[in-house]
Every structure is written in structure tokens, then in C-alpha cells.
Design a protein around this ligand. Sequence first.
Ligand SMILES: [Zn+2]
Length: 258
Amino acid sequence: MSTKENSVLTRLPTELHYLIEPVLRCGFFTERDAFDYLDRATPQQMEELAGIAARVLANDDYPVVMAFVDEYPLTENQESAKLYFFFGALDHAGLQFDRGPELTHHETDGGPVPSTGNAAAGAARWRNIHVAEYNEDELLQYYVNQYWSSHMTDFEKRCHHLGAGYEKAKAERFSTPWGQRVLAEWRAADNQMHAALADGLSTFLLRVEPRIRDALSSGSLKVNRCPRCAKISRTPMARQCFWCGHDWHAPSDNRSDN
Ligand SMILES: [Zn+2]
């Protein structure tokens, strides 16, 4: 672990530390890096990615990865970006690592579907799902639940990052070099950020979350959709359509930027 002790990725839960070495070794800073790697990957390298994806899927680790990337935004953490684009590579390679939406088919009436207890069934559903089963409302809801925080503004992402860091560092009484850095960052932040975080991080997020959810649901913020069939993509970063197979990785193609 000595070579990676400065990595923010060591703040991942211990059971996810198997990701650190391959993520840092691959070192994708951009989506382009991830795609270039796949273009040149040897069968052994593809096998390694497949093994990692299988482990993420088996442990249901992807939601934890997403939460981590939310907490340590890739705009401010190179290692976080490497983690994010590593999963972009897995996604692009067509490897399944995410259990995906719980498509309920309304078999039960009422009652929220537990997101973990029913996960195996969810995974099987996702693998076997047919385009005829595409349900815009269910998938939009899944996308919004899973990815709303990816659609924060840059200011909100900065506030989220600072607020999360500050609360964690404060809980450790600013006793580490990292905590001291966060405290300095906090003191140097502008009035606008202090105002946004005046009532704490959770209050800040309670204000931000409904607005983004509403905007995504109403279409005023764009979810990632296939430029050909307009169906919702599996992730905000996906560049290949799960439904019609269309691939829009080429830079000249349409991007659903927001
Ligand atoms: Zn499509």
C-alpha cells in the first residue's frame, strides 16, 4: 500500500481497495483515455477488466463507487477521475458491474422495492431485459435516483466537496495533514459557499436534490440519451446504447451534454 498512501482512493471502504491498484495503474484521466486503452487492450487486459467488473457486480460495489465519486468530485480529485473513467471503460467494454434498475413490473402493489435485498433478481432482469420492456418512466426514475448528483452545477459540486470534506475533517478534529488542508480550504472559501453551507451539508443537499430531480424529470436538465433512438442510457457517461446498440464514441457525434 505504500505507493498509494497519498491517494484519495484509500478513503474508499476497505472492501473496495481491490480497485485502487488497477484504477491507478490504468490511470484514465478522460473518457478518451479509457476508450484508447480498450482499443489497444490485450486479451489479458480485457480479462482483468472482466474479472474486476464481475467482482464489483457480485459485491454490489458500484453504488459505493458512485457515492465516493459524489463525495470526491472528479473535477477536484485526479484519483476520483481515474476511478470514474475506469468504470467508463468497463461500461464501454460492455462489462456488467451495475445491478441496474429494479424493474418491478408492478407485481406488488404499493411498498417501495428494497434496492439491495432484491438485487440478484434485479441483476438478472437487467441482463435479460428486452427492448420491448423499455419503460421510460421506470428508467427515468432509476436514472434520477442513481445519478442526480452528477448533474449538480460546478458551484454545487464545489460546495458539496468542501462541505463533505469539512464535516469529515471536523469529526477528526482536523488532526491530520489532510484535515488541516480542508480547514484552510474552508477558511479561504468565499461568502457564497459559506452561505450555501451555513446550515450544514445535509441541509444544502436537501435544497439541491429536489431541484435537480425535478429538472431531470421534467427534461429541463438532460439525461444521457442515445442520439439515435432517444432511449435513456445506462449511465451518464455511456456512449453506447444498451437498447439499439448505437455507438456514439466518435468526437464528432452528438453528445448529450448538459
Ligand atoms: Zn439507441
